[in-house]
Design a protein around this ligand. Structure first.
Ligand SMILES: *Cc1c(COP(=O)(O)O)cnc(C)c1O
Length: 394
């Protein structure tokens, strides 16, 4: 059959009809254990009853008003974010890319309003991923994502991830902002050491540079803290969120301090859908679920359990697994050559487990935060079988 979709994706020949919790089902009723969750999006699994109820109830009241009119639920969700973070102010978006765009604009506006129009340089990191808009691909710096889309944009400097000397050299009084994922997602699940984030904070303070965290993938409780940077204690000036905060409904946000946010006055930025009543109803419910007592401890425990299990897998397959990566429930392992992450991912899918691939030949897992030890054991069993199969095929 001819496809009428722009061919940017090549999905497998598989159609899911419904989902429930950690499981997805096709029309025949066959089940898959979902350990990728829409790439760290379905934080509460599929069709969580509280989210379904919130969306259904809101859908019978008001769907959309635009930002022309007040939506009280925006304040309700923004207050939740701010009372539990460094932030004073929030701007809602529909996606991660838009959250990054807003964050970058706010950083430059802050310096411009402080008399430094020339201060536009954004320092970013090798292996970064920040989205697919012009600004975001230039921030991400992946040549494969920029090729063919015109000249590289001015104002982005890329340095090696977690390299202290490179950061000291790059962050100066001419830098507008440093943009980093506390745990790199697409780039291969590399977690920035806590002391590296603290060093960045110090360098930013010394030079008047703004620190921006991209917590689009690693935020929303995924590492066992609400935000991944909390493990380090190094707070940002701006933070981008999306993916897990919407639990499957398109929702993102960028959060900042009064000192930065106060410059984004009427007319400087906007969005038609951002903060839409449906998104707010889901976002509030999701937030209330993940802040329930014990929820984040559960994520930490499951992350540790999965990591132990993967260490066992690495012991069983020392010729195939290079190392175990990530933090909390954003985790996986790097495969040794000649084994290929996508091939193992495919073998696991054939055996009923959905996982993902990341850069650096990493097999990525980002299961719903509600998994149990039993789910983790099942996933590890499938991966074990898939690694054996990959070796046999090799
Ligand atoms: C997914 C992702 C983005 C882009 O988010 P979209 O919702 O796809 O626009 C940006 N940064 C990180 C770290 C991501 O994982």
């Amino acid at each position: 059959m001819t496809s009428h979709l722009i061919p940017t994706y090549a999905p497998p020949d598989l159609v899911f009809e419904r989902g429930s919790g950690v499981w997805l089902y096709d029309a025949k009723g066959d089940a898959w254990l979902d350990f990728i969750a829409g790439i760290a999006v379905d934080a509460l699994g599929h069709c969580h009853p509280a989210l379904v109820k919130a969306l259904q109830e809101q859908s019978e009241k008001i769907w959309h008003l635009s930002n022309m009119f007040d939506v009280p639920a925006r304040e309700d969700l923004a207050r939740r974010y701010c009372e539990n973070s460094f932030a004073d102010l929030v701007f809602f978006t529909n996606s991660g890319t838009e959250a990054i765009e807003g964050a970058l604009k706010a950083a430059r506006k802050y310096h411009a309003d402080n008399g430094h129009n020339e201060r536009i340089e954004i320092v970013t990191f090798q292996g970064a991923f920040h989205g697919r808009s012009y600004g975001a691909i230039n921030a991400g710096g992946n040549p494969a994502y920029m090729k063919g889309f015109g000249p590289q944009m001015a104002g982005f400097t890329q340095i090696a991830f977690a390299d202290e000397e490179a950061a000291k050299a790059a962050i100066t009084k001419n830098t507008a902002a440093v943009l980093i994922e506390p745990v790199q997602g697409e780039g291969g699940l590399r977690a920035a050491p806590d002391n590296y984030l603290r060093l960045l904070r110090d360098l930013c303070d010394e030079t008047g540079t703004l620190l921006i965290y991209d917590e689009i993938q690693c935020g929303a409780g995924r590492t066992g803290k609400m935000f991944a940077h909390e493990w380090s204690g190094a707070k940002p000036d701006i933070m981008a969120l999306a993916k897990g905060v919407g639990g499957g409904f398109p929702l993102g946000a960028w959060l900042t301090t009064n000192a930065v946010g106060e410059h984004m006055v009427v007319g400087t930025h906007g969005s038609t859908y951002g903060g839409n009543p449906l998104a707010m109803a889901v976002g509030i419910t999701l937030w209330d679920e993940i802040t329930k007592p014990g929820f984040l401890d559960h994520v930490t425990q499951m992350g540790q359990f999965l990591k132990q299990q993967m260490a066992g897998l690495a012991d069983t397959h020392p010729d195939m697994i290079e190392d175990v990566r990530g933090k909390g429930l954003l985790t996986g392992f790097k495969l040794k050559e000649p084994y290929v992450n996508r091939a193992v991912m495919g073998l696991a899918r054939d055996r009923g487990l959905l996982s993902g691939a990341a850069g650096d030949n990493v097999l990525r897992m980002a299961p719903p935060l509600i998994i149990t030890e039993d789910h983790a054991r099942q996933a590890i069993d499938v991966l074990d079988g898939s690694l054996h199969a990959a070796r046999d095929a090799g």
